[in-house]
Design a binder for this molecule. Structure first.
Ligand code: FE
Length: 313
């Protein structure tokens, strides 16, 4: 069962949610110096396939938006046709970055060369730091029905690309949730509504929220001013920023600098993921499953993989 956090008026007055307001009945008080993030660019996810032929929608990491430092890729897989997902992602390597999986519906199993095995089920997350190298598989654990989830790639600082691999497997009940006045937010990483998500010790100090609004609801939340940020509409439609531009399912909006995000909904409902991270400002060399800082390091990664040196050591 998901841990629910209901915010009292006392909490709000006490300042634990000082710059947060949920619901159009209670507009957020403008904090001094606060600046609202606006939309810099809108990208529509493109249909593609990856792994052994899994059909997916790529919103980040494709031709329209190759990266948003420190984020390298955002894929959404959503299908109730088993032919779109049964092939899964058999054994493949990674080096130099982190992969984040967030499931809304369906079940996947993860296995890797270090002996880890984990089940991804609805509402769960996995934050995998590939570091110097991992070989893993991500396979569906269902033969029919809806499979719906996301994968986000997060870069590692150059000095930390060769660290030991690390996993954070997060059960649905470990992701705190706040709900009030028609808005619901699950906090996977970072802080919102005075609650902090379970993901810890990540270099780019990420924020990852899953926010659902119902019709007529307005919502605002602080975003770290130092961070790059985007929102991706996973269902329905949501209006973002001071322009209240409506984004629909499958659209990603890159946000301007600022320290606050506002969202509202006048469709039947709207659901977005909100992602923010501290940019690294470092050169990026990437090919296939490897993300390094130079072409030479990419060549080394392929050589290490071929020679069986990618993992272990
Ligand atoms: Fe992978």
């Amino acid at each position: 069962m998901t841990r629910m956090v209901r915010l009292s008026r006392r909490q709000i007055i006490a300042g634990t949610t000082a710059s947060v307001a949920l619901g159009c009945k209670m507009p957020p008080p403008p904090a001094s110096g606060a600046s609202e993030r606006s939309i810099e660019k809108i990208v529509s996810a493109q249909r593609t396939s990856d792994g052994a032929g899994v059909k997916l929608n790529r919103a980040l990491g494709g031709g329209a938006l190759s990266m948003l430092d420190p984020f390298l890729l955002l894929d959404e897989f959503q299908s109730d046709d088993p032919n779109d997902y049964l092939a899964g992602f058999p054994d493949h390597p990674h080096r130099g970055f982190e992969t984040v999986t967030y499931m809304i519906h369906g079940a996947m199993e993860h296995r890797d060369s270090v002996g880890n095995r984990g089940r991804l089920r609805p509402g769960s997350a996995q934050w995998m730091t590939a570091g110097r190298g991992i070989v893993h598989s991500e396979m569906p654990k269902q033969e029919r029905g809806l499979m719906w989830g996301f994968q986000l790639w997060v870069n590692l600082p150059r000095a930390r690309k060769m660290i030991k691999p690390r996993y954070q497997d997060i059960a649905p009940e470990s992701i705190p949730e706040a709900s009030r006045d028609g808005a619901r937010v699950r906090v996977v990483a970072g802080t919102a509504e005075g609650i902090t998500g379970p993901v810890s010790g990540i270099d780019v100090d990420p924020l990852f929220l899953d926010l659902t609004l119902t019709k007529g609801v307005a919502y605002a939340t602080p975003l770290p001013a130092t961070h790059n940020a985007f929102v991706y509409v996973t269902d329905g439609a949501v209006r973002i920023g001071p322009s209240k531009t409506e984004l629909r399912r499958g659209q990603l909006a890159v946000l301007s600098k600022g320290d606050r995000l506002s969202a509202s909904c006048d469709a039947e409902s709207g659901r977005i993921i909100v992602v923010a991270g501290r940019p690294l400002g470092e050169p990026v060399a990437r090919r296939g499953p490897f993300v390094m800082s130079t072409e030479e390091e990419i060549r080394e990664a392929f050589e290490d993989y071929r020679a069986g040196r990618l993992v272990g050591g």
